[in-house]
Design a protein around this ligand. Structure first.
Ligand code: ARG
Length: 482
């Protein structure tokens, strides 16, 4: 195939319009041009590309580099190109390597020479960095909003069933009873941190590379702060944010890594929640039922109701991790400044954010529509000898060293297991046989409600503490300014 390519008669520069015309006698082969193109991926940044060009053109006029009439023509041309995109009328041609070349081509078709002046003092290197930062700012803000919506849903689910008791697990073995609300709120805090991580990724993207030109800045008197302001690269006080080093400006893709990392961590948390949803909706657990809309059937087994979408989110987590490794690896060892390798940045980060977006909306809807089986949860909370710690604590509070208390209760668990009873079904004389310190009041601690209400440490599972936590969660939601 490579041979065939070499023997094919190459096109001359006159056959094909090209950005770098002057220096070249031969145009690259069609296959190579297609290989080098990124239009299929970056065309979605048309809004950002047009916004960046509008800001650049207006600034060029203000600093006296372009005439008012040229900029008027450029503005009108860019606005009509935006309308073409909006109406689905923009037609790409084979020579459109990326969104920047495509927009510029049509601009020149529309407004002629003025269009050719737009690229004054600009390179595709600072252009692509600007577009990508603008695009990632939008996508990270959307992700923040979605994570927030999920957090709100978790608060609603926790509050609706604040009195429901379930077994808490370690090693997926019953450990101690907890409130279902407490279990759900654990996820609230995970996603809260994810929201902050995503906000950090937004902040990282929020600085303008425009004006860095190819790598070294330019001899035109560009006003970088003006374009930064116009494009919304400003801090909370409205101060323009400009990347301070032109070489860093065109070669930094950390802000994309930050977003994919934030997406990866969120996906990791989602996958843990999905795993629980999958387990809880089995016949064996029976803690929840998913609504039909969030389940699928089997083509062969009529009885099946599968949690496919939770499984898919769990599976897609791997894909987002892959995106993170892709971009880390693409950037590794790249010399300054721009290198074409960096064109691979967009597919990975767009995929990560697309996958995150679908996953967040799927799981939010799933939680909103699931049914919680209170009775199954509380029945499950009866078993598993979960009162063992409380009995040992009772002994420790009555002067027996905890390690010894642990052993005494271990014997009681053996007894209960052998006689097929729960710890609360053991008689006082049996307890006393294991340890003479036991008295009547020890029987009370094996009650599920008593076990829950005893855990009053800050962040614990007692009803009061969980209510307090709910208030904290609501306050955190209200305080997040994103
Ligand atoms: N499509 C390119 C990218 O995404 C745009 C920048 C091209 N710059 C260059 N010097 N070839 O990275």
């Amino acid at each position: 195939m490579h041979k065939a390519r070499l023997t094919r008669k190459n096109k001359t520069m006159n056959d094909r319009p090209c950005l770098w015309g002057g220096r070249f006698l031969e145009a690259p082969d069609d296959d190579l041009l297609a290989f080098g193109a990124s239009i299929a991926i970056d065309s979605r940044m048309w809004r950002e590309d047009i916004a960046g060009s509008l800001a650049h053109a207006r600034m060029l006029e203000n600093v006296g580099v372009l005439s008012g009439s040229d900029v008027k023509a450029i503005e009108a041309g860019l606005i009509s190109i935006a309308e073409m995109f909006e109406n689905g009328e923009f037609v790409f041609v084979e020579s459109d390597e990326d969104i920047h070349t495509a927009v510029e081509r049509v601009l020149v078709e529309k407004v002629g020479e003025a269009g050719k002046r737009l690229h004054t003092g600009r390179s595709r290197n600072d252009q692509v960095a600007t577009d990508t930062r603008l695009y990632m700012k939008n996508r990270t803000s959307e992700a923040i909003g979605q994570i927030k919506a999920l957090c709100q849903t978790i608060v609603d689910v926790a509050e609706a069933d604040i009195d429901v008791v379930m077994p808490g697990f370690t090693h997926l073995q019953k450990a101690q009873p907890v409130l279902f609300a407490h279990h759900m709120l654990a996820y609230f805090w995970m996603f809260q941190r994810d929201q902050h991580r995503m906000a950090e990724a937004y902040r990282a993207a929020n600085a303008s590379p425009l004006g860095a030109a190819a790598l070294a800045g330019t001899s035109y008197p560009l006003d970088r702060r003006a374009t930064a302001c116009e494009l919304g690269f400003v801090d909370a006080d409205g101060m323009p944010q400009v990347v301070p080093n032109s070489m860093d400006a065109v070669s930094d893709r950390d802000f994309m890594l930050d977003a994919i990392y934030a997406a990866s961590t969120t996906m990791m948390h989602l996958s843990r929640l999905c795993e629980e949803i999958i387990l809880w909706s089995t016949e064996e657990f029976g803690f929840i039922s998913l609504s039909d809309a969030y389940s699928t059937g089997s083509s062969i087994m009529p009885q099946k109701k599968n949690p496919d979408f939770a499984e898919l989110v769990r599976g897609k987590t791997g894909r987002v991790y892959g995106d993170l490794i892709t971009l880390l690896t693409v950037l590794k060892g790249l010399p300054l400044a721009y290198n074409k390798d960096m064109q691979e940045d967009k597919e990975a980060s767009f995929d990560a954010l697309d996958t995150l977006e679908q996953s967040l909306s799927t799981i939010t809807g799933m939680l909103q529509t699931m049914t919680v089986h209170k009775d199954r949860m509380s029945t499950a909370a009866q078993g598993g000898f979960m009162a063992a710690t409380d009995l040992a604590d009772w002994l420790a509070k009555h002067s027996l060293p905890f390690r010894e208390a642990h052993e005494v209760v271990g014997h009681l668990v053996l007894l209960a297991e052998k006689t097929k009873r729960s710890l609360s079904e053991l008689r006082l004389d049996e307890l006393q046989e294991a340890c003479s310190l036991f008295d009547e009041s020890a029987l009370g601690v094996t009650d599920i409600a008593a076990m829950i209400e005893a855990r009053t440490t800050e962040g614990g599972t007692s009803t009061e503490r969980v209510k307090e936590q709910l208030e904290l969660a609501k306050a955190a939601l209200a305080a997040s300014a994103y």
